[in-house]
Design a protein around this ligand. Structure first.
Ligand SMILES: *Cc1c(COP(=O)(O)O)cnc(C)c1O
Length: 353
């Protein structure tokens, strides 16, 4: 990103031929190698990727969505509204808690343009529920000759169950299951820049690339550089050691405890170490936590005042309040940030002593 912003780039130049090249070429091969997809495309974010995908594939047609998946993700991103904006008509099938593969099959007409599967990233439905396997829905689509679009949300390329978390759907599985296009974010669990990535059938990817909206949503050169660099960490098999979100998820409780002890010693203010939980996922993995060792600041001025003081240092420090005391979670601070953290906390709390 630094090189790209400070000088010339080959953003749209093919260095082999000297002719005009495509900006997608900087990451298309990487994302295909990582996911097994035929082709891929990156745009501004996943919301625009989905809008583009539905507009290119199903404008003027019906899109079949399970009632349990016509959801709102984050601030104002509502699946029914996105469908409407892309010119498609939403056909909700099944019920809030149970949708069967037959619900999809019986709602396909000559007006159907696509079946859309949406991962309910930020909430859980528990109890008396049913969702068909992706493969079953793909089968329905294949029989009817209708593309299956799969909005995965987080772009998680690594198996989250290895870290004691629930399974987050991964793009590789979506492609293996035979969906036509999968959509996911470049931030969230991919851990890269804001971006939206679409992978899958190369004819459909071409259709998306040529759609007028594609230009309006295209990724700029800095995000392109960041996305390429992020994907390279996965290609090299070093993502867990290099990408911040995975470094944080992967850190062991022993390591967190020893860092909390180190912080307690270095901070000149009454503190204690308490067991606790880190919330993870950045808009995915609802309700999922990992055990941690928190540093609790035994504030004499009140927790709100302490949080305020920490936020107003040269480097703002953001803690959280639990049981009327401020907690700092070592899982959320990378080791190379520790010196700055300790210096800032000492300075901010000095005034309270
Ligand atoms: C987060 C999310 C989006 C939006 O992605 P952005 O990259 O934030 O635009 C869309 N769909 C699902 C299922 C999501 O979880």
């Amino acid at each position: 990103m630094e090189k790209t912003s400070g000088g010339y780039t080959d953003l749209e130049l093919d260095l082999k031929t000297g002719k005009r090249g495509g900006r997608q070429s900087h990451f298309r091969q990487l994302i295909c190698d990582l996911t097994g997809a035929e082709s891929g495309l990156a745009v501004n974010n996943n919301a625009s990727a989905l809008l583009l995908g539905i507009a290119a594939v199903a404008a003027g047609k019906e899109v079949v969505v399970s009632r349990s998946e016509a959801v709102e993700i984050g601030g104002g991103f509502r699946i029914p509204d996105v469908l409407e904006q892309s010119g498609a008509r939403l056909i909700e099938v099944g019920t809030t808690n149970r949708t069967y593969v037959s619900d999809y099959a019986t709602n396909i007409t000559d007006q159907t343009g696509a079946i859309l599967i949406v991962h309910s990233s930020n909430f859980q439905v528990t109890g008396f529920t049913h969702t068909p396997r992706i493969e079953e829905i793909v089968e329905v689509g294949k029989l009817a000759g209708i593309p299956i679009l799969h909005d995965l949300g987080s772009g998680c390329l690594i198996d989250t169950t290895k870290f004691g978390l629930s399974a987050e759907p991964i793009p590789q599985d979506s492609i293996n299951a035979g969906v036509s296009l999968s959509f996911f974010s470049g931030d969230k669990l991919l851990g890269g820049p804001q971006a939206g990535i679409v992978i899958g059938n190369s004819k459909l990817i071409d259709l998306l690339s040529k759609h007028p909206l594609a230009r309006a949503m295209r990724l700029d050169k800095l995000s392109s550089a960041a996305l390429g660099a992020t994907l390279l960490h996965y290609i090299k098999g070093e993502a867990i050691q290099t990408i911040p979100v995975w470094r944080m998820i992967a850190e062991s409780i022993e390591s967190l405890q020893s860092r909390a002890v180190k912080w307690k010693k270095a901070i000149n203010y009454p503190c204690s170490i308490v067991e606790g939980y880190s919330t993870v996922g950045g808009g995915s993995l609802p309700g999922q936590t990992l055990p941690t060792a928190n540093l609790r600041i035994e504030s004499t001025t009140g927790a709100e005042q302490t949080l305020h003081d920490l936020r107003h240092g040269a480097t703002p420090v953001i803690g959280r309040i639990e049981n009327d005391q401020v907690l700092l979670d070592p899982r959320t601070v990378l080791p190379e940030e520790e010196d700055t953290l300790i210096r800032t906390v000492n300075k901010a709390l000095q005034a309270c002593m």
